[in-house]
Design a binder for this molecule. Structure first.
Ligand SMILES: [Zn+2]
Ligand SMILES: [Zn+2]
Length: 171
């Protein structure tokens, strides 16, 4: 055993999952904002991941002509009021889609992916549409943890009304 491994500080679960969000976000095809999402179970297992991007198989915004109507305007990094013109499917939606396609275990012990998600980690807090999907499609979701805030007051109200707490965890 190497002594250096014993003294290396171990990241917290929050740090670990937000770092995974960061990794996932690098797969984004949106030229305005890169977002990653990791959906996690009660015992800290990754159930599904997602990033924001145009539908699979579409040309990425960076490959489109500047006047192409499907090219993301990439005009600002403000909140959801500037989402118009972006055709990316959001990281949260892609991660939920993935969670709904999986189950694990077998027989009586088989667990449906979407049911086992209790915590959603995201690069930034969700937009209102994603907040609605999080509270309706992940029935056991308790908390959303984000690295950055996002200017979408409606989304925070949706999460709170849906019984899901949220926090911005920055270091
Ligand atoms: Zn975009
Ligand atoms: Zn969204």
């Amino acid at each position: 055993m190497q002594p250096s491994k014993l003294i290396r500080p171990r990241p917290s679960w929050d740090e670990h999952w937000l770092a995974m969000c960061e990794t996932a976000s690098h797969m984004s095809t949106c030229i305005r904002r890169e977002v990653g999402c990791v959906l996690v179970s009660e015992n800290n297992r990754a159930i599904a991941t997602g990033f924001n991007g145009v539908p699979s198989g579409w040309a990425h915004c960076s490959e489109l002509a500047h006047d192409d109507p499907l090219r993301c305007p990439a005009d600002s990094n403000r909140g959801e009021s500037s989402l118009g013109g972006c055709f990316a499917i959001h990281a949260e939606e892609n991660a939920i889609d993935e969670a709904e396609t999986i189950s694990y275990g077998s027989g009586q012990e088989e667990v449906y992916g979407a049911w086992s998600v209790v915590r959603a980690y995201v690069s930034c807090l969700p937009c209102t549409s994603c907040a609605l999907q999080l509270i309706t499609r992940l029935p056991n979701l308790k908390e959303v943890v984000a690295k950055e805030d996002y200017d979408a007051p409606g989304a925070k109200a949706v999460l709170e009304r849906g019984g899901v707490s949220w926090r911005v965890q920055s270091w």
